[in-house]
Design a protein around this ligand. Structure first.
Ligand code: PEP
Ligand code: MG
Length: 754
């Protein structure tokens, strides 16, 4: 027999009134469980709260022994209540004592109750507690009753974050929501940062839960859904991929969900139960998050993530909350996001940012590179951190370990304060090395250069003592601008970069856009494979206006001094030749106009598309210098997307096949007597850099924080023996230990810490 309930709408109204009444905290909670029991015609209604020690404590009851309140506890997973909390799913039973998980608690006097319905109290997908109703007789609770309980639980979850609720928590204890948590991710940079969480895509805070008028709320939902559908369709049809998260596949998935009847029905049902439209979205989103956290299938997880994002969008439409959290950063801000593009990161106030933590991303994705070039600590693949964090939470990011501590304990904070001091000491040590030339113990001189992207990075040259800038990624300046920089603005920018390098060489790379380097004000056509699509030099040669203006700006910025220009993504020698033609035309134009041309103009090619490896005999005689982009080269050699966490780490970049390819370039560059630099991320990691030195590379360009550790490695290395053994290993093939093992073993025997 299903029990007729007087309707969750009535109950929600009563609960809202109770919350506003001037009652003591416990009395309020007691009244709330009584109201729920009455409304559900239940003999018992109990509310358990998940504490930070993993125990579920009975906080209030109507029907069980009053003396058990704040006394009875169950562990997570123990008993029916523990099971609901662990699984974050409702449980309805007609004969509770017969369930294998049933745990008898004599102090509560609960033995005579047969019918049982428990629902998790969720917030952001996390279990905060469990709400239970019980009846003496044996009957099954219906779908309506489960739904009513879930709706009520949404309100309880909100109540738990109020100061009034804090008064119910025993001293020395806390609720699980605020428990310290640790995340094992992947460190993108070294270094440690302590600070406060800033959510990149902050959750919309719903304040109005109980509907005044259900019809009005249904109309609001329908209008918001329509608006959202239209905007998704527009984004798809315009190919307006403004930010990283707006990539086509995600938008397609949004469109699918936005039109999904099941989802819309669940939202409608929650409103019919008395919630406002925004509270209904929050309630349904909670279930999604809970499922997302439990799912181990990466595909399902991704789709649930998309649905979660979509719900956030819908909430923004409903609440008119367009905030993106980019304003008013606290000191020591630590950004937490599912993922973001480099342009998103560059929009924040860099003086206050200390670190970035992502649920996704990979070490050589562009956002990680930008983070590094900004001197931020960065960790990726910190699963579920977004839903576990609140803006303002304390957080520690350990880039070296790839570990993130959310709401760390005071002990942990102390450990890291000490670590930060140690890091400062190490930096002081590297600072002492800055004027020492980078020469191996057996006299091989190595040139160390910076990878840079924004003018503000360049003064760091003074701290590292690097010989110059091996790679200035010009696109980053385009990415932070709100419109295409004009010729004069570009000239000023490059001239400023030259001024800041104080006479040291600087290599300007031509715009390398496309892929994940999105320039918000340029229109892109959606592509299946943007990394292999219409990007970089392909785009530049096709739309020569942009290319010509940039080359003109660079030539003018040289102001009669030397100029080095690097051409990205050269796929075949013809493209390099075409670029040279554009450069020559611009030179002629300058001469015609009576302007001073650069004293020396060098044009270099990036080697980052595998095909060029077999055309080096064409391109090297024509290039003034070449530079290897290991990030793209390794990606294309291994067919493993540099930004895809599932594959990016699968292939060791210095394993035999990759190192052979690199050695081929080194040998060819030597044969044609063309200067060669390595400018991908590889050169900034000690073992990898040693591998590069051992195949004969002598110019390494890297992000500035890597200069110190790499120089220390060089100063401690006797290069000739390891060169010999790596050369032998490359010739012999893969019979013995891996190249990495060889290098580590050799370094260990030399007492070299790498
Ligand atoms: C590279 O591909 O290694 C490189 C230096 O270029 P980017 O990382 O900017 O694509
Ligand atoms: Mg590249």
């Amino acid at each position: 027999m299903a029990i007729a309930i007087s309707g969750p709408r009535v109950l929600l109204k009563q609960l809202r009134e109770t919350m506003a009444e001037p009652l003591a905290s416990q009395a309020r909670l007691d009244k709330i469980v009584s109201l729920i029991a009455d409304n559900m015609h239940a003999d018992v209604c109990s509310f358990y709260v998940l504490r930070d020690d993993g125990a579920l404590e009975l906080f209030a009851t109507r029907g069980l022994a009053a003396t058990a309140v704040h006394m009875t506890t169950l562990r997570l997973g123990e008993g029916l209540v523990g099971l609901i909390a662990a699984q974050a799913e409702p449980l309805s039973l007609d004969n509770a004592p017969a369930h294998p998980a049933f745990a008898y608690r004599p102090e509560t006097g609960e033995d005579p109750f047969q019918a049982f319905l428990g629902v998790p109290v969720l917030r952001a997908g996390q279990t905060l507690g469990v709400l239970v109703v019980q009846n003496r007789d044996s009957h099954a609770y219906g779908e309506d009753e489960i739904e009513a309980m879930l709706t009520t639980a949404t309100l309880l979850a909100e109540m738990m974050s109020t100061a009034d609720f804090d008064a119910l928590i025993k001293p020395g204890q806390d609720i699980d929501l605020r428990r310290p948590r640790q995340f094992a991710g992947n460190g993108f940079t070294d270094g440690v940062a302590l600070g406060k969480v800033v959510l990149h895509d902050p959750r919309v805070v719903v304040t109005n839960f109980v509907a005044e008028d259900t019809e009005v709320e249904l109309k609001r939902l329908s209008a918001a859904l329509d608006r959202m559908r239209v905007s998704i369709d527009q984004m798809l049809s315009h190919g307006d991929m403004q930010s990283f998260s707006d990539h086509r596949e995600i938008l397609e998935s949004y469109r699918m969900f936005a039109n999904d009847r099941g989802w819309v029905d669940r939202l409608t049902e929650a409103i019919n139960n008395g919630l406002t439209a925004e509270a209904a979205v929050e309630r349904v989103q909670n279930d999604t998050r809970a499922r997302m956290m439990r799912s181990t299938d990466p595909y399902i997880k991704d789709r649930l993530h998309d649905l979660d994002d979509l719900a956030n969008r819908l909430l923004r439409v409903l609440t008119g909350d367009g905030a993106t959290g980019k304003k008013d950063l606290p000191e020591n801000a630590i950004l937490v996001a599912r993922n973001m593009g480099p342009a998103d990161l560059l929009e924040y106030d860099r003086t206050r940012l200390r670190a970035v933590v992502l649920e996704e991303g990979a070490a050589i994705s562009h956002v990680a590179i930008v983070a590094k070039s900004l001197g931020l600590v960065a960790v990726g693949q910190a699963e579920n951190i977004v839903s576990m964090s609140e803006t303002g939470d304390d957080i520690i990011v350990d880039g070296q370990q790839g570990t993130v501590y959310l709401r760390p304990t005071p002990d942990m904070i102390q450990v890291y304060v000490d670590k930060v001091r140690l890091g400062a000491k190490r930096r002081a040590h590297y600072l002492e090395l800055k004027d020492k030339p980078a020469i191996t113990r057996d006299g091989h001189e190595i040139t160390l250069l910076h990878n840079s992207g924004i003018v503000a990075d360049l003064p760091m040259l003074q701290d590292t003592g690097a010989s110059g800038v091996g790679l200035f990624r010009t696109e980053l300046q385009f990415m932070i601008a709100s419109r295409l920089p004009r010729l004069r603005e570009q000239v000023e920018l490059y001239a400023e970069a030259i001024r800041l390098t104080e006479g040291k060489p600087i290599v300007f790379r031509l715009l390398d856009i496309g892929g994940d380097k999105v320039i918000p004000y340029l229109r892109y056509e959606a592509e299946e494979n943007p990394a292999m699509g219409f990007r970089s030099l392909r785009l530049a040669l096709d739309r020569q206006g942009l290319l010509r203006i940039q080359i003109r700006a660079l030539l003018q910025a040289a102001n009669g001094g030397p100029m080095k220009i690097l051409v990205p993504m050269v796929t075949d020698a013809w493209e390099f030749r075409q670029t040279r033609l554009v450069v020559n035309k611009e030179l002629e134009r300058m001469k015609h106009a009576g302007q001073t041309v650069p004293s020396k103009l060098e044009l270099g090619a990036m080697i980052e598309v595998p095909s060029l490896l077999w055309e080096l005999d064409q391109v090297l005689p024509e290039a003034d210098f070449v530079s290897i982009g290991s990030n793209d080269l390794v990606m294309f050699l291994t067919a493993a997307d540099r930004g895809n966490k599932r594959v990016a780490k699968s292939y060791d970049p210095i394993a035999l096949p990759r190192l052979r390819a690199l050695k081929h370039i080194v040998d060819m560059a030597r044969r044609y007597n063309v200067p060669l630099t390595m400018c991908g991320e590889l050169a900034g990691r000690t073992v990898e850099a040693l591998a590069l030195l051992s195949i004969g590379m002598t110019k390494l360009s890297m992000s500035p924080p890597s200069i110190g550790p790499i120089k220390e490695m060089i100063l401690g290395t006797e290069l000739t023996p390891i060169r010999n053994s790596i050369s032998a290993a490359l010739l012999e093939g893969a019979h013995g230990p891996s190249i990495r093992e060889l290098l580590l073993d050799w370094a260990g025997r030399q007492g070299l810490v790498i």
